[in-house]
Design a protein around this ligand. Structure first.
Ligand SMILES: Nc1ncnc2c1ncn2[C@@H]1O[C@H](COP(=O)(O)OP(=O)(O)OP(=O)(O)O)[C@@H](O)[C@H]1O
Ligand SMILES: [Mg+2]
Length: 410
């Protein structure tokens, strides 16, 4: 019987730590064989604030996933997000100098190196170098220029850096959970990998992963990444507003949000009422359903107003023919897509991971987009390794930065 490689992913979410185990069946096909999740008490707004409780959450989630998969894991591909992330677009230009002026792999390496010769501060590390497009002389929008002829090769890359301390904290949590880190991937790239088609990336699409503590944004234009960002607001901020507004506990507020939450007040029957359970010192009572929506709507609108200003900052608002795709647990909220359309002025849809086999129903929900996308990312790396073995490509001679670029883009 053929031996398939098993890969595990870890999504360190602000609400839940999630683990997914998948088998790579070849040609990008993935069979889900296990999953586990555990409440994250040591992660706030995407950032680890307690190493011990975070590693405990990892151990618990891994153990559930291992039980389901019937096998142990010793390594994971992990997500990276939070406020220390920085991203920028850079350009590189080189002359194509070989005798028949044909672009080779060596030229790609040179132009990518030229584009990323930026200064990285001592407390930051390079996370991704994502290629947007190549240009050979006056021909633009080329994804793979190898074999084309010309005199000048240009590229534009999207560079993502992350705080060293934050990356070290992730590594420390993995060590305490006895796990080796295969790779680390920006959350929004992973989520996009899970929910976007190649066609949507080509058309130009904004992906918003609405989590508990943050929103991860990725803008794809002409097949490549044009902009990435995070916003320190998520669905927990809505819960917290409900808790304050209705003078109830976070737990009750969370249940009310999930059961009755909505963003479109006009769709709610003005006479309909909902019950708020008793808490110590306060009897149970009922309120109009519309009162709950009156609390939820402004905060959700505020989140999309922040996203709108990121869109304006990106300069790509006019390039999003594919519209906006919402995912992450926060996208469950009823009417959130309608409100997003109103604020952003773009067509909006909700998406969850698809196209998987095995126990796929266990992870076919929007809160698993990052974890599933990480497995898809790992599958791409696996295919790259197989390709390199096949063509005998020597990766040892390359600088770390270029290796990283090859991993992200081929
Ligand atoms: N039915 C629902 N209606 C509204 N919100 C929901 C629903 N189900 C889950 N959520 C919200 O989704 C959030 C959790 O989503 P998710 O698991 O994607 O977050 P996370 O990845 O842990 O956090 P982050 O990405 O911010 O670090 C919680 O705030 C939760 O309240
Ligand atoms: Mg998340």
């Amino acid at each position: 019987m053929e031996e398939f490689q098993t890969v595990a992913s870890l999504d360190l979410g602000s609400a839940m730590t999630k683990v997914v185990i998948g088998r790579l069946l070849g040609e990008g096909e993935i069979e889900i064989i296990g999953m586990g999740s555990y409440p994250s008490t040591g992660i706030k707004n995407g950032t680890i604030i307690n190493i011990e409780t975070t590693s405990k959450g990892i151990i618990e989630a891994v153990s559930d996933a291992e039980l389901m998969a019937g096998q142990e894991i010793d390594s994971v591909i992990v997500n990276v997000t939070g406020k220390t992330l920085k991203s920028q677009n850079e350009k590189g230009i080189i002359a194509i100098t070989n005798k028949n002026r044909e672009v080779t792999e060596a030229d790609i390496i040179r132009v990518v190196e030229a584009a990323q010769s930026i200064h990285i501060p001592a407390d930051m590390e390079l996370l991704h170098v994502l290629s947007r497009e190549f240009k050979v002389d006056d021909q633009t929008n080329i994804r793979d220029p190898i074999g084309m002829t010309g005199v000048r090769l240009e590229t534009e890359v999207h560079i993502v850096t992350a705080g060293t301390t934050m990356l070290n904290n992730i590594e420390r949590c993995l060590q305490l959970a006895n796990l080796y880190q295969i790779d680390r991937v920006l959350s929004c790239l992973a989520s996009s990998e899970a929910v976007l088609t190649v066609g949507e990336k080509d058309l130009g699409t904004l992906v918003i992963d609405i989590g508990a503590g943050i929103c991860d944004l990725a803008i794809y234009v002409e097949g490549g990444i044009g902009y990435t960002s995070t916003i320190p607001l998520g669905s927990n901020h809505i819960t917290s507003d409900i808790s304050i507004g209705l003078k109830t506990t976070i737990e009750i507020a969370e249940t009310l949000k999930k059961r009755y939450g909505h963003t479109q007040i006009e769709t709610i029957d003005p006479t309909s009422k909902i019950d708020i359970p008793a808490i110590s010192g306060r009897p149970s009572r009922s309120i109009f359903h519309q009162e709950l929506v009156e609390i939820i709507e402004p905060r959700t609108r505020e989140i999309f107003e922040h996203i709108e200003s990121e869109l304006m900052k990106s300069g790509f608002k006019q390039s999003l023919s594919g519209g906006v795709v919402l995912t992450g647990g926060g996208s469950y909220l009823a009417g959130i897509d309608v409100l997003a359309e109103e604020v952003l002025g773009l067509s909006v849809s909700k998406a969850k991971p698809a196209g998987l086999s095995g126990l796929s129903d266990k992870v076919s929900s929007p809160e698993f987009s990052t974890a599933v996308g990480l497995i898809k990312y790992a599958s791409k790396l696996h295919m790259l390794d197989e390709r390199n073995a096949r063509i005998g490509s020597d990766r040892e001679g390359w600088t770390t930065k270029v290796k990283r670029w090859m991993q992200d883009n081929l």
